[in-house]
Design a protein around this ligand. Structure first.
Ligand code: GTP
Ligand code: MG
Length: 201
């Protein structure tokens, strides 16, 4: 799929102020600093679309970007950023969960996982919660440029093994690098395929 236009639409605290139209949307979630905003920019080929930062906790609202005037990419705040007050953590969690459970236009959640790390409890818990809530999701490994190809492969295999302890079926898995633009075609084709299915019923 070609991306012809990518524009910021709105930042929201709750689904009440999200766009009212019924275009399909794809949300990006994961731990703070995992690379959600960078991945959105990589997909859109626009480094200034979503705000990124080397310090965690940059994205604090639900951000809608409209692509080709037809569908949305949604940048969410990260979870698991320790340097925050308990009430702030609870507020962000509520924002994320309220959006994911309540937003009818949401067709797929991309859960981003840093490919360098061993499976983290906080991510596994989040993935389990998505599964139990019947929310369609895929796993996107980020920062693949930071490891050798063979190490990436080994870590992805170990992660799949870990998920198989709980789930019988593997969700779609993507390996990406926003730095090297790796995984872009795969992700965009996957989105295009879902968009087509939605259009043609
Ligand atoms: P929050 O909004 O704070 O939750 O973070 P985020 O998940 O949106 O992360 P963001 O995109 O802001 O990126 C965090 C840091 O990781 C930045 O310094 C990025 O440059 C870096 N980064 C993101 N993706 C990649 C990648 O694929 N490769 C490398 N090497 N660095 C990356
Ligand atoms: Mg961000």
């Amino acid at each position: 799929m070609e991306i012809k236009t990518a524009e910021f639409v709105v930042s929201s605290q709750t689904i009440a102020t999200c766009p009212k139209d019924v275009k399909p949307e794809y949300a990006f979630i994961g731990r703070s600093n995992v690379g959600k905003s960078s991945l959105i920019n990589m997909l859109a080929r626009n480094k200034k679309l979503a705000k990124t930062s080397s310090t965690p906790g940059k994205t604090l609202l639900i951000n809608h970007f409209i692509i080709n005037k037809e569908w949305y990419l949604v940048d969410l705040p990260g979870y698991g950023f320790a340097k925050r007050s308990k009430s702030e953590i609870a507020r962000l969690e509520q924002m994320i969960r309220g959006y994911i459970l309540g937003r009818q236009q949401l067709v797929n959640v991309f859960v981003l996982v840093d490919v360098r790390l061993e499976p983290q409890d906080i991510d596994l818990e989040f993935i389990n919660w998505l599964g139990l809530s019947s929310i369609p999701f895929s796993i996107v490994f980020t920062k693949a440029d930071k490891l050798t190809v063979s190490k990436v492969r080994a870590n992805v295999a170990a992660y799949e093994q870990k998920l198989m302890e709980t789930w019988e079926e593997m969700p779609p898995v993507f390996v990406t690098s926003s730095e090297k633009r790796e995984g872009r075609e795969e992700l965009l084709s996957y989105i295009a395929q879902i968009n087509d299915e939605m259009k043609n019923g």
